[in-house]
Ligand binder design. Structure first.
Ligand code: FAD
Ligand code: MLT
Ligand code: ZN
Length: 531
């Protein structure tokens, strides 16, 4: 292990808050960005998807109604009476540049009452709707397929209240995650979710996707932390359930249907959420290991020795770090190459006590030969730098133009085996290579090891049906055989629509459909997606 302070890590920029939907996958390579390739329309990539003839097409009368309702000119972007396709494009195309819709109308309401009036109108007129937050979703759920209207929540961005004693935050759905967390930091609290897209994603989108992120291991799932929800149903009904109680055992907990519902039964307009006290002592260590078995041993030791102060345990394979270093032109924190890397974070309230625990842990894993080399951050800049080796992985993998992303829950002992098996399969099929004739650049794995959540990623030079055929249903069958889940945290959207049966029984799918029909009898909410 390097001596504390011996290593001055290079500065890495952190994400900053933006309000327009972002698109990734094209930036930041050694100052020479890959020229953006046109994104194919979803309807062309998936010709089996047909526009549902029950839905009406947007007319100029509809546009007039929404313009009068929303008042402000910037609240309506329309391509019905003029060509505004460039302005609409960011709302039509997803972050991976894999899915693209034909939407001609984007609405940005500012109040729950406006959302209610929008949905009631759409329901009465059979106009289909896609709720959209920061558009950072990774399963194609946040963009239209055909001409659905996008309702983007970015203008509903107020923090309504915060209770210093209970730590309960009430905020509108369009508040950007990083903005919410910065507000909480000023109040000595932390948002119980953190993820690489924090500068763009919205807390309503996080809840709708039931995002997991980097510290689920410590703070738990949004299903436990979200205490209340304000949402609008397709018929305009406002579900006013912004409960601020930790305990409330009074019948069905209906808010849970919106958490992870992916915008298929209504639009979330506000949430109340329990936020923990912010830890005053944070430590981050990054180390290299020789095998996945060693990574498991390190995790076991981390749980045993760091116990209540452990706040993250993340895994990156060597290939991921190599790609990151190449694309970002970044010097990695450790010399030499290692097949695996782990990032461990502790968060506690007593720096001396935490440092002692971490030192004991590191000495033990080094002494036992579990960890080959490592570095501990000495200040906030170095903490950010180490985290950037994990958080900027998704962006760097998009460098060549496309990524097939799989987000899986797998029993931990076999977690990495899927990456090896997939690599072997694609290599045997002659799809992986260094030059342009090969669609696949590499097959890599990283993820939230502390939650047994693997991100299997296949960066490609182009989205290619041949590659897709070799990956699906292979990956899903592999996971099903191990009783895993085909989606640990990203959801199903359109990407996994056809594969839900690999993780849910017929009975469960039937019950989900009944709920969908009950809340959204005309099916206008986020159609063509998983339900
Ligand atoms: P969007 O992408 O806009 O929408 C996501 C889904 O929710 C869509 O189905 C949409 O229709 C629906 N929706 C959005 N807002 C509402 C609303 N107000 N009411 C009802 N439905 C709504 N996910 C993780 O779980 N863990 C991670 O660690 C993680 N890291 C990421 C890192 C990067 C770089 C990127 C690009 C994405 C990452 N994601 C991660 C995926 C993504 O789920 C999260 O970024 C986030 O939860 C999505 O929020 P959003 O506001 O962008 O929602
Ligand atoms: C992550 O953990 O980085 C996110 O879930 C995004 C991804 O899977 O690439
Ligand atoms: Zn993740």
């Amino acid at each position: 292990m390097r001596a504390p302070g011996a290593r001055q890590l290079r500065w890495a920029a952190t994400t900053s808050a933006t309000t327009e939907p972002t698109q990734g996958g094209q930036e930041g390579s050694k100052g020479t960005p890959t020229p953006p390739k046109a994104v194919k329309f979803t309807a062309e990539s998936y010709p089996e998807l047909k526009r549902d003839a029950r839905f009406a097409e947007v007319t100029s009368d509809d546009v007039k109604f929404f313009q009068e309702l929303l008042g402000s000119e910037s609240a309506v972007i329309e391509s019905i009476s003029k060509d505004a396709s460039d302005d609409i494009e960011p709302f039509n195309t997803d972050w991976m540049r894999k899915y693209r819709g034909h939407c001609k109308l984007v609405l940005k309401p500012e109040t729950t009452e406006q959302v209610s009036k929008i949905l009631k109108y759409c329901n009465d007129k059979s106009l289909a709707v896609v709720p959209q937050g920061g558009n950072t979703g990774l399963v194609g759920g946040s963009v239209p397929v055909f001409d659905e209207i996008v309702v983007n929540l970015q203008r509903m961005n107020k923090i309504r209240s915060f209770d210093q004693v209970s730590g309960i935050l009430v905020a509108e759905a369009g508040v950007i995650l990083e903005v919410a967390d910065n507000f909480l930091a000023e109040n000595n609290h932390i948002f119980p979710l953190d993820l690489g897209a924090k500068g763009s994603c919205q807390i309503g989108g996080n809840v709708a996707a039931n995002a997991g992120g980097l510290r689920l291991l410590r703070y738990g799932s949004l299903h436990g932390n979200v205490l209340g929800i304000e949402a609008v149903l397709p018929d305009g009904t406002i579900v006013d359930d912004l409960c601020k109680l930790r305990k409330n055992n009074t019948g069905y907990d209906l808010k849970q249907l919106f958490i992870g519902g992916e915008g298929t039964i209504g639009i979330i307009t506000g949430i109340s959420i329990l936020c923990p006290q912010r830890s005053s002592a944070i430590n981050v260590a990054y180390f290299g290991l020789e095998s996945f078995e060693a990574a498991q041993a390190a995790f076991k030791e981390a749980k045993g020795q760091l116990s209540e102060i452990l706040s993250a345990f993340e895994l990156m394979d060597g290939r991921t770090q190599k790609i990151l270093s190449y694309v970002k032109d970044k010097k990695l924190p450790l010399e030499g190459e290692h097949p695996f890397y782990c990032l461990v974070e502790t968060s506690g309230s007593n720096a001396e006590h935490d440092n002692e625990k971490l030192q004991n842990f590191l000495e033990h894993v080094m002494g036992e030969g579990i960890v080959t080399d490592g570095v501990v951050a000495q200040d906030q800049t170095q903490i950010n730098e180490l985290w950037s080796c994990r958080e900027t992985v998704p962006e760097s993998l998009g460098h060549w133009g496309g990524v097939y992303k799989y987000d899986l829950s797998i029993p931990i002992a076999e977690l990495y085996q899927l990456v090896e098996d997939t690599r072997e399969r694609l290599t045997k099929a002659g799809l992986v290579g260094e030059t342009d004739e090969y669609p696949v650049v590499d097959v890599v794995g990283y993820g939230h090891m502390g939650d047994s959540n693997l991100h299997l990623n296949v960066p490609t030079r182009r989205y290619d049906k041949e590659v897709e055929k070799h990956l699906e249903p292979f990956v899903y069958e592999w996971v099903q055989k191990r009783n895993g889940s085909i989606s640990a945290e990203h959801g199903l959207g359109i990407a996994k629509k056809a594969f839900i049966g690999y993780s849910r029984s017929d009975t469960m799918i039937r019950l989900m459909k009944q709920i969908k029909d009950l809340y959204d009898p005309k099916g206008i909410m986020n159609p063509y997606k998983y339900i």
